[in-house]
Design a binder for this molecule. Structure first.
Ligand code: ADP
Length: 680
């Protein structure tokens, strides 16, 4: 049962499923964080690749536009020359100059030739005579088609007839004057030069640029920055009339690697660090949980212990305010915990009559001069008083500083009651044993005395008879005759006396031994005992002994017994009166009125007094108004006092209560010094 409770405590009241979430959520978050951290560089790489690709496309488009624009300008210039030739305004040297200027300004043009209707050169920028047969086969086809369709057009790039290179692309402009065909004006482009002249250097530096024909054969290549990596590529048709030429770009850049590597490296390093610190944290938490569990088990164990204790526990801080009480303490004083904790003196369980003692004790506690163990009396919530035994010890915190006091309380009322009952029972037992013995003794005595008395009786009768018979005979009786009988009678009388003495010794237990006693020493010898009883019932004790009292001849032990009896009766009579009225006075003075100069000792209380019907039977043996009383006390007291030649009387106290007064005859001698003791 207890184990189960402790187990429940040990799991801290967290249900199993919640504890799983406790760990699952952070783990999932860490995994999410790690995957995000790994995804981010990959995403960055993708974005950069896309960006590079887009830039390449844009640049390629721009280059294509540039080439197209330049070719169109060239086309315009050539067509213009063609028109002027057709119009008859341009020939000879001027034509030659115009064509030369055009080729010089546009270096992609390797030559311009005017081929007549028979295919022979009419004018040319070259020194050499070129005929149509020097052109490539595709160019010759284009020449024919341009003539037939009367529209300028490009030929498929090809090497001149009989050669492998250079790759040339011809632009044929048919020349007509009305229906008269004047031949073709042919502008020959070096395909390689198109790339050299028209592609800007910065683009060529970063990319490999190719021109490909309709069959996907590479016809020109420019790779100033080295070969392309094939990662970022783009192709774009140049869109020339009748010629299919494609511009291809291939970036020399490979995929970005440095950034992701660095990022991934740092992410992995961070993740390892993170996981390591998580594990360390987890271990630390586990250690703490284990320590906390052990602590809770300790607390549960101690609480169970405290709750099962019969001893009351009470902790106070340095100002005396209650900081803790256990159930046993609450039960003892009959006040719930919530009304006690936080309470400062005076406490609700303090009995008003013992207030001075508590305050004094509390001052001692604060001064640190307190004794670890003491006995006092507390009050239950119903007003009932009960004696407690208190053990105090300092409360010290983990730094060794004292924070208050811990007190454990034992309710000793039961113990005292049992002890008291035992004592009275014992007394009763002894008395009844003695009484039983006395019965036996009486019968033995009767039996034992019978013999000597019968003997005495027969001896005396014999003696009387002898006297009477002597007188009758008128003879003088010789005393010697009577002597043996009287001696025997006397011996028997002594025997009877011995028997009686031995019984007396047995009953009295001891012979009274009288000695001269000072009244002060007599009273002082019992005062400690009286004080003990008085303190138990919170009775204030006052002792007053007149100075110069004479000594008395008395048995100390017997008179002590008388004083103890009277004071005990007085204290018991005051048990139920108001605390401030509980005053017991012992007064010893000289009885000036008596001629024998008696000493009078009075025991004065302010108790419940003695009613008429009780007063009549006060000194009768076995008369008692107390549940546990034996009723022999006053009887013995009176016998003892009378044995000493004094008297014991009682009178009502004018202040309430009773006065018991006994006298003792003074010893005739010089007066002695005396003094007054005033005690609590
Ligand atoms: P016990 O004390 O055993 O009862 P005692 O002979 O000493 O026997 O007393 C007899 C009775 O006298 C008591 O029971 C009590 O009623 C009464 N008595 C004795 N002393 C006092 C006193 N000081 N005041 C009132 N009553 C007293």
């Amino acid at each position: 049962m207890l184990n189960k409770q402790l187990d429940t405590l040990f799991t801290f009241g967290i249900p199993g499923r919640r504890r799983v979430w406790h760990w699952l959520v952070p783990m999932l978050l860490v995994l999410l964080f790690l995957s995000t951290m790994l995804w981010l560089p990959w995403q960055a790489q993708q974005m950069e690749a896309t960006e590079r690709q887009e830039k390449l496309i844009a640049d390629t488009l721009w280059v294509e536009q540039t080439i197209r624009f330049q070719l169109e300008r060239d086309e315009d210039s050539i067509r213009l020359i063609g028109n002027e030739i057709s119009g008859g305004g341009l020939s000879g040297k001027r034509l030659q100059d115009r064509m030369t200027v055009l080729t010089r300004n546009n270096r992609e043009l390797s030559r311009i030739i005017w081929l007549g209707p028979q295919g022979r050169s009419v004018a040319s920028t070259d020194e050499a005579q070129i005929s149509i047969n020097d052109l490539s086969a595709s160019s010759r086809v284009t020449a024919e088609r341009a003539r037939a369709t009367r529209t300028p057009q490009y030929s498929q790039p090809a090497a001149p007839s009989g050669l492998n290179e250079p790759m040339l692309m011809d632009y044929h402009v048919p020349l007509y004057v009305g229906e008269k065909y004047l031949g073709n004006l042919v502008a020959q482009y070096s395909v390689a030069s198109i790339l050299e002249e028209m592609v800007p250097w910065w683009f060529a530096q970063d990319n490999e640029i190719l021109l490909a024909d309709g069959n996907d054969n590479v016809i020109a290549r420019r790779a100033a920055g080295g070969p392309g990596r094939g990662v970022y590529t783009h192709s774009r048709a140049l869109d020339l009339p009748y010629a299919s030429v494609t511009l291809r770009t291939n970036s020399i850049k490979s995929e970005p690697t440095l950034l992701p590597n660095l990022l991934v490296g740092s992410v992995i390093a961070l993740s390892v660090g993170l996981i390591w610190s998580l594990i360390a944290l987890w271990r630390d938490i586990n250690r703490r949980l284990a320590a906390e569990g052990a602590l809770r088990r300790q607390v549960a164990f101690r609480t169970a212990m405290e709750n099962s204790l019969m001893t009351g526990l009470r902790a106070r801080d340095l100002e005396g305010r209650i900081t803790y009480v256990n159930p046993a303490f609450c039960e003892m004083v009959g006040i719930p915990e919530e009304k006690l904790v936080g309470k400062a003196p005076p406490m609700p369980y303090w009995a008003p009559e013992a207030m001075d003692e508590y305050q004094q004790r509390f001052t001692q506690v604060l001064a640190g001069t307190v004794t670890p163990q003491h006995q006092t009396i507390f009050q239950r919530s119903n007003g009932e008083r009960f004696p407690v035994l208190i053990f105090e010890s300092p409360l010290v915190d983990d730094t060794g500083k004292q924070t208050g006091w811990m007190g454990s309380m034992l309710d000793i009322s039961d113990r005292e009651r049992v002890e008291d009952l035992n004592r009275r029972q014992q007394e009763k037992l002894e008395a009844s044993a003695r009484l039983a013995t006395m019965g036996e003794i009486a019968s033995t005595l009767a039996h034992e005395l019978n013999q000597p008395l019968a003997a005495i009786s027969s001896y005396t009768t014999g003696a009387l008879n002898m006297i009477e018979s002597g007188a009758a005979k008128g003879k003088q009786l010789d005393p010697e005759v009577l002597k043996p009988a009287l001696e025997k009678a006397s011996t028997q009388a002594q025997r009877a006396g011995n028997i009686i003495r031995s019984v007396h010794t047995f009953v009295k237990r001891r012979e009274p031994s009288r000695e001269p006693l000072s009244v002060q020493s007599l009273i002082e010898s019992v005062i400690t005992l009286v004080e003990l009883q008085a303190r138990q019932f919170f009775v204030h004790l006052q002792v007053q002994i007149d100075p110069g009292l004479p000594r008395v001849l008395a048995d100390r032990v017997m008179l002590e017994q008388v004083l103890l009896n009277l004071t005990r009766n007085a204290i018991e009579a005051m048990q139920n009166v108001a605390p401030e009225r509980r005053i017991l006075r012992i007064v010893a003075m000289l009885d000036t009125e008596s001629p024998q100069r008696n000493v009078v000792i009075s025991v004065i209380d302010q108790g419940h007094g003695i009613p008429e019907e009780v007063a009549e039977r006060l000194f009768s043996p076995f008369f008692s108004t107390k549940a546990e009383g034996m009723g022999m006390g006053l009887k013995i007291c009176r016998t003892t006092v009378e044995f000493h030649g004094g008297t014991l009387v009682h009178a009502p106290n004018p202040a309430g209560g009773t006065i018991f007064r006994f006298t003792l005859p003074a010893l005739a001698e010089a007066t002695r010094e005396s003094h007054t003791i005033e005690q609590k």
